[in-house]
Design a protein around this ligand. Structure first.
Ligand code: OXD
Ligand code: MN
Length: 603
């Protein structure tokens, strides 16, 4: 078999920043002895190192340089066609008991899994370079920041980690200064990128991750879903904070009054768009800024409010559908210094994807590396093709993004992709009801994970694939957090995707979501009208500012905001089916919330 990742021979002065931390050195030696790489490259995150690795990755055909005039500083990577999304069925939580992982996770015995992984990793890096990537999640001076080390045999991983995390010396320094000495150990090997030998394993008790057999971002950038969410949620519960699959945005009024909100949506539900929203002309003077597009780490501040940091340093977003119409700020962010994966390459070495502005190119090379024309049956870009960009590329990056204490959160938004049942927006009655709304979130599935597309699945707080422990205990952690907050955020649920009888989306979404955000601000600032429905507070058509919204009628708004008892009857049943799968782990408070909701409908 061809070696997928042949060793590189760095010149003197590169790849030798070995830290002094003994536990790190011991662990690296252990993995080295097991995987037997040709050499070890200690990354320092410098520009010089990055330039060298970009050159090596090009020589090996792992990335291609794009047109320097059209997309300066940018590259294209094509993954193996068998390896294009997260693999939830092979994502394991290895806790001492199955009970700790809970019924929503794939559990495996830690000792047996280590034995299996050691078998797979034995000699796996022969003829390859083993990179050691130190990184830090969160602003380096944040009490929430966490250090991780990722060992990998993939240059693509190293290049991506440099974008997605604060990588190199800053992490080593933070570990040296840390009081508790906590750090995450992540081991990744491509092996032979064979789906039959693909496992993404988490060992929360050991603060360790082992990922083998994949080269796709969500499975191998161990900082992201693995550490920041799965291991992160486990640590958060133990340490009294929250690790959530949420974007964080700032919204500032023309008078200069600013709020921050955090929002949880399942993968590919427009999170990046919402985080970079441009308000419509009618909202002149309103400004949205991005703190984070995917993950929020939140702690309780001294004033009893919830404060959030974005643990990441970059965005790893879905490309198809991104255009100047849907998300101009994302387009500006990915115009330069971007690492693209699985998009199409045009004849002038630019990138193209379905949904990009303008006409499709007459000819391109598709994400598999084959010739493509508009007549081709296949998509040019994979539906889950991605960009990785430093957050500094974002023209609306929030000025407080590096603030280690985080930004105060005024509201939490839960949302899903639902063709029916869920009105455009409603507000929870209180924290406990809000937790229930988050716990019962459902969404029609998308291409971000392998599996069927378009089915409603329950995805509590958008954490179903990312909660590193028992979901019932996760709900209990949320329920306990509310009373610890003197000033808890208001909680809302949104659905941008409701369809009318004609099968068309009723709400334009994108920038017009500002109108919904404005209603939320009115609500938590103390104004804002609403009617109290069985499911919570729903705006009346006149409570939403729909001025200048083309094609919107009062009837359409009424339909969009309607709470239909017959739809909710079914919803309550399927929510109950999901709760039943959690069995004895379900907190009584949420079962009671379900019963109260059913009773309100029966009144
Ligand atoms: C992501 C996801 O990539 O949620 O952010 O799948
Ligand atoms: Mn995500």
């Amino acid at each position: 078999m061809d070696n997928l990742a042949p060793a590189i021979s760095p010149p003197p002065g590169l790849g030798d920043s070995k830290p002094t931390h003994q536990l790190v050195l011991d662990w690296v030696h252990e993995v080295q002895a097991l995987t037997q790489p040709e050499n070890v490259f200690w990354c320092d995150g410098s520009e010089k190192e990055n330039t060298y690795l970009l050159g090596e990755a090009q020589k090996q055909g792992i990335i291609e340089k794009l047109n320097e005039e059209k997309v300066p500083g940018s590259y294209l990577h094509r993954s193996n066609p068998n390896d294009v999304a997260r693999v939830e069925q092979f994502t394991l939580i290895c806790t001492p008991t199955k009970e700790e992982a809970g019924p929503t996770n794939h559990w495996a015995d830690p000792a047996e899994t280590y034995t299996k992984l050691n078998g797979l990793l034995k000699g796996a890096m022969r003829g390859r370079t083993m990179f050691v990537v130190p990184y830090i999640m969160g602003p380096p001076d944040s009490p929430l920041a966490k250090v991780g080390f990722e060992i990998t045999d993939s240059i693509y991983v190293v290049l991506s980690m440099r974008i997605m995390t604060r990588m190199g010396a800053v992490a080593v320094k933070r570990l040296e200064q840390s009081e508790n000495g906590e750090w995450n150990r992540g081991t990744h090997s491509l092996l032979d990128v064979n789906p039959e030998r693909r496992l993404i394993c988490h060992f929360p008790q050991d603060n360790a991750i082992v990922s083998v057999g994949s080269g796709y971002g969500g499975n191998v950038l161990l900082s992201k879903k693995c550490l920041a969410l799965r291991i992160g949620s486990y640590l958060a519960r133990k340490q009294g904070w929250l690790a959530e699959h949420m974007l964080i945005l700032g919204v500032e009024s023309p008078a200069g009054k600013k709020h921050y909100v955090a929002a949880a949506f399942p993968s590919a539900c427009g999170k990046t768009n919402f985080a970079m929203l441009i308000p419509p002309a009618h909202f002149e003077g309103w400004k949205i800024t991005t703190v984070g597009d995917d993950i929020a780490w939140m702690k309780i501040g001294d004033d009893g409010r919830l404060y959030a940091v974005n643990p990441e340093n970059g965005y790893f977003g879905v490309v198809p559908g991104t255009s100047y119409k849907s998300n101009p700020n994302a387009m500006k962010s990915i115009e330069h210094d971007t690492l693209y994966t699985n998009v199409a390459l045009t004849d002038d070495r630019n990138v193209w994807w379905e949904g990009k502005d303008g006409e499709p190119p007459a000819h391109a090379i598709d994400w598999r590396g084959n010739d493509w024309t508009p007549a081709s049956k296949e998509k040019a870009a994979h539906p889950n093709s991605r960009f990785a960009v430093p957050m500094q590329n974002n023209p609306v990056l929030d000025p407080n993004v590096e603030n280690g204490e985080g930004v105060p959160i005024s509201a939490i938004i839960f949302g899903g992709r639902r063709s029916d049942t869920m009105p455009l927006v409603f507000q929870a009655r209180d924290w406990e009801h809000g937790v229930y709304i988050g716990a019962t979130m459902g969404s029609e599935t998308t291409a971000a994970a392998t599996g069927a597309v378009g089915k409603v699945r329950r995805d509590p707080m958008a954490m179903l694939p990312f909660c590193g422990y028992n979901m019932g205990d996760y709900f209990k952690h949320w329920l306990k957090t509310g009373p610890r907050l003197k000033n808890p955020p208001a909680i809302f649920h949104v659905n941008w995707f409701r369809k009318g009888a004609d099968g068309k989306f009723m709400w334009p979404g994108f920038g017009d979501n500002m109108r919904v955000l404005k209603w939320m601000i009115d609500r938590f600032e103390g104004g804002g009208g609403a009617t109290e429905s069985p499911i919570g507070f729903v705006p009346r058509p006149e409570d939403l500012d729909t001025a200048d919204l083309a094609g919107m009628t009062k009837e359409k708004l009424e339909d969009l905001l309607s709470v239909k008892p017959e739809e909710w009857k079914k919803e309550l049943e399927t929510q109950q089916e999901f709760f039943d799968t959690l069995g004895a782990d379900m907190p009584a408070e949420l079962t009671a919330q379900h019963d109260k909701l059913a009773a309100r409908f029966a009144q």
